[in-house]
Design a protein around this ligand. Structure first.
Ligand SMILES: NC(=O)c1ccc[n+]([C@@H]2O[C@H](COP(=O)([O-])OP(=O)(O)OC[C@H]3O[C@@H](n4cnc5c(N)ncnc54)[C@H](OP(=O)(O)O)[C@@H]3O)[C@@H](O)[C@H]2O)c1
Length: 286
């Protein structure tokens, strides 16, 4: 049986959804290789009828054997921030060794020029793709609406949502929307060497997010936006470690600076429908 599409991150949220959307679009499960690091979670994905391969981006041998015989690599970016440039380079090299003819990669908005704190590893991976001889498609995914589910749980308990975005806008969409877009790109022609800036149709602000949380929770959610210094102190007081506090405050600063605010319409165009509205995405993710 031919195995044509390898999907990394198959044990994670997005990778699994991409596999489900591929099957929904008519790709035979036997033509999909679900690649993930955790063997137990991979066994659960195997129930979809797909082949599986245990990989570690740090192990070229594991990538080599997972990619053997495949045509296309859906490279869902890894989650080990700080190690991903090398890890993704390992995946691209293994793809080249195995004659893969298309790599689709999940990146971040304007990764090549953005000051977003998560952009540098994506920028380096995009460059590695351009430097390879393999055709590529770059999906620059904006924020997942699901990123706010934990905050919504916190807001349910405290009645308040606090950030330091200070008027910044976020064009988030649901993971399902991004997975649909990936499945479209993987199963239709004409996406080679193309970069898509993907995000929600509507960019919302903090008050709108708090209102959507209130709507989903059925209880009032007050909103306040703080200075970065105040936010740092408030998060530290909850017992969060310094690294996480710095990360959250820096990301809110990026949002304040407008780095996640763009609405290009690319995502809706690719998936052929409007993106999932904020409150609908929050409700579905609960
Ligand atoms: N746009 C956004 O808002 C946003 C938010 C968060 C993350 N992201 C990015 O988008 C990716 C997909 O999102 P998600 O929500 O599906 O993340 P997720 O649920 O955390 O899944 C991450 C996946 O990466 C795999 N992985 C991590 N390190 C690996 C390694 N060394 N070797 C092989 N596989 C490895 C994990 O495998 P195991 O589970 O088997 O270890 C898992 O399948 C993330 O990894 C991250 O790069 C984007």
């Amino acid at each position: 049986m031919s195995k044509s599409i390898v999907v990394t991150g198959a044990t994670g949220h997005l990778g699994r959804l991409i596999i489900e959307r591929l099957i929904a679009r008519g790709t035979a499960p036997g033509d999909i290789v679900a690649a993930g690091r955790n063997a137990e979670r991979l066994a659960a994905v195997a129930r979809l009828g797909v082949a599986t391969a245990v990989i570690d981006f740090a192990s070229p041998a594991s990538l080599n054997s997972a990619f053997a015989g495949a045509d296309t690599l859906m490279l869902v970016s890894g989650s080990e921030v700080g190690q991903r440039t090398q890890q993704h380079a390992n995946a691209i090299s293994a793809a080249a060794r195995n004659g893969i003819t298309l790599i689709v990669y999940t990146s971040a908005p304007h990764a090549d020029t953005s000051a977003l704190i998560l952009a540098p590893e994506h920028k380096a991976t995009e460059q590695a793709l351009r430097d390879s001889d393999i055709p590529w498609t770059i999906l620059r995914n904006n924020w997942y609406t699901e990123n706010y589910l934990n905050s919504m749980t916190g807001a349910a308990a405290s009645g308040t949502y606090v950030d330091s975005t200070r008027g910044g806008l976020v064009a988030s969409a649901s993971r399902t929307d991004f997975a649909d877009a990936a499945a479209v790109v993987l199963t239709t022609a004409g996406h080679e060497n193309t970069t898509y800036e993907l995000g929600g149709d509507h960019a919302w602000d903090g008050p709108e997010l708090a209102a959507a949380m209130a709507q989903v929770l059925g209880t009032p959610v007050a909103y306040s936006t703080l200075t970065p210094e105040q936010h740092t102190a408030a998060l530290a007081a909850t017992g969060l470690d310094t690294g996480t506090v710095g990360f959250v405050v820096a990301l809110d600063g990026n949002i304040h600076d407008g780095l996640l605010s763009e609405t290009t319409g690319d995502l809706a165009r690719l998936i052929g429908r409007p993106t999932t509205p904020l409150s609908v995405g929050l409700r579905a993710g609960r």
